[in-house]
Structures are given as structure tokens and as C-alpha cells.
Design a protein around this ligand. Sequence first.
Ligand SMILES: [Zn+2]
Length: 374
Amino acid sequence: MHKLAILNLLRARASMTKPELALATELTFATISNLLSELEEQGLVQETGTTRSSGGRKAVQYQINPTAGYFLGIDIRAHEVLLSVVNLAGKLVRTHREPLEMDTSPEMVLPTLRKVVEEKLVSDDIPRERIWAIGVSTPGPVDVERGIVTHPHNLPRWRNVPIRELFEREFGVPVYVEKDTNAAAFGESRFGAGTSAASLIYVIVDTDIGGGVILNRKIYRGFLYGAGAIGHMPVALDGPRCNCGNVGCLDTVASGSALQRKVADAYGENLTLDALTEKSRTQFFEEFANAGKWLGTVVGGLCNVLNPEMIVLGGPVVEESAVYYDAASTAIRRHMHPEFANRTQIRVAKLGRFSAAIGAANIALQDHVYGEGM
Ligand SMILES: [Zn+2]
């Protein structure tokens, strides 16, 4: 426990001296010395120069040995896999995107995936044996405790797949499984737009709308791991049926596919989401402004429930359409309690398509080293 406390402090402050560590942990100088020697022997901590202490004597500074261990993040999507590696100090060292048809049987695709990892990520500076753990991000729902993806709607052949078991067998290291939107929210909170916030609501607007809630720097998963599904907040009681089976979800009025459907119905134009978004300032201004307003209305309402420090909006629709983003942020502020409306930050996500892969690698680091019970 004390060693973890030291590692946690070193991770947060980059480097510290023995007196500083003793002060922060309330342990004796002798205990700190012993623990640091053990951590050095284990290769987890190293000296990093000296600093002058207040008495004029030199004090050695210690830091986490960043190259002692690496953590791999794997984000599984229908037609591609996104990979990232972070080191023991939590620094992002590599990302890679590989087009790969994932919706075949997992037993078939896993050996290919392992080859990709070994050829594209493992290298002299990231040796295979130093990859300590893997975080896997998949479309939900995910039973995090058992490491099983239950019925992802865009990966029908991954139903009830024991991901943790299969990946551990293939890669030979501990594996942690997370719902993709939670992984993305965690990535943004640790590396992206949300690093300064202890609590945030993350929303991604793609063909579907997804979300994740970070409370006290941890993912809030809910009772059956279903939290964050903001796309299924009801907004239209007599609205269209949603792919979740309910009626009038936010997804049916504010998602990318809802916009596509609306434009197809109104103008007879079947456009890709990219093509549609490109015209959001001109031809489809009204549709995008309206969809963004719906999203912001729901998010603003959620702010009154959770009172987060920050809202992070991501995904191609938000990132490519200023109209959608502006309409959403205006509505968020309008529906938030006036007391908080101007003190809650609204930001655009920073990590783009890699947010979930980076989040998954960080979940592996957190869970494996610090056992934070992600
Ligand atoms: Zn729904």
C-alpha cells in the first residue's frame, strides 16, 4: 500500500525527494528510504538528478522509471482496430490504426490482431515482455467484472464473447475490458480535453450518440455497467422507434444517422455522414442546429443531476460541425441551473478517433499497477 502511495505521488508530481515523500505520506524518512530501495530494486523507480534542499544540502530526486513497463490499449470496431501504448509513467508513446474486419469470429481474428501488435507496436524500445497488461475497448454492453461483451449491436458475431479470457490466452498478460464510450471518456479525462477536471460528462456524436461519466477521476459505470448511455434519454414521447427498442430516444433526433434520415426524408438525398456534415453551415443548417439543440438540452439537464466541472463533446458530428457544437453548447448553458451555467466548462474532445484506445491503455495501467478497481 505504501509503495503504491509513493508511485501515485511520483506519477502526479513527476519527481520528488525523500523529505518531500515523507511529508506527503506521513511516513518516516527511514521507511521512505527502505521503500524507495525496494522500488529501485524492482526497477519501478529511478534517481533523476539532485536538487538543493532548504538546508543547502543536495537531495536526490526520484521518479517512476517510465520504460519499466508498458500498457497496450486495443479499441475494437467493426472495420478497424485502434491501438495505443502508454508507459509506466502514463505517457502516451505510440498509436496505430489498422483496417481489420473485426466482425468475424473472435477466435479467427485474434491471431491476426496479435500479429499486428507484434509487427506494428512491439519494437526495441517497447519489448514484448515489458507489456504488462492490456485494456480492451469494445462496443457495449460490457460486463466489466467478468470481462464479457454481451450484445454489441454493430458486432453481431461478438455476442456473449468472453473477451478477457480469449485475449489473456492469446497475449499471455492480464486483460481489462471496458465499454468503448467509457474508455473514450477516461482517455479524454486523463490525456485529452478533460485533464483539469475531476468530474466530467463526455458525449460522442457519431452515427449514434454515446457517453461516459467520470466522477472523482473514475469511470461511473452504474449498477449493471449501463451508465452513460445518453443517446437513450427520452426526448420525444411520440417520436420514432430507437434501435434500443424504446421510443423517442435522443439518438432518434440528434445522432448522425438521425440527421441522415431526416435529410433523406426531406430532400431525397442519401448522403454519407461526412458529406452531410460538410454542408451543415449551408444547406442543412436548420437540421444541424436543431439536432445540436436537442443534444444540449439533454446534457444541460444532466448537468443539474451530476453537476460536473466540465462537458467534453466529441465525435465527427461535433468536431466537424461548428453549427452543431454551437447549438449544443448554447442549449447546455440555457438548461443548466443559472448558478453554474457560466462556471461549467464546455470543451471539444482532443484525442479524435484514438480516445478509446488511449483510455483503454490507461485503464490497464490504473487497474494493473494501482488496482483502483476501475
Ligand atoms: Zn434508445
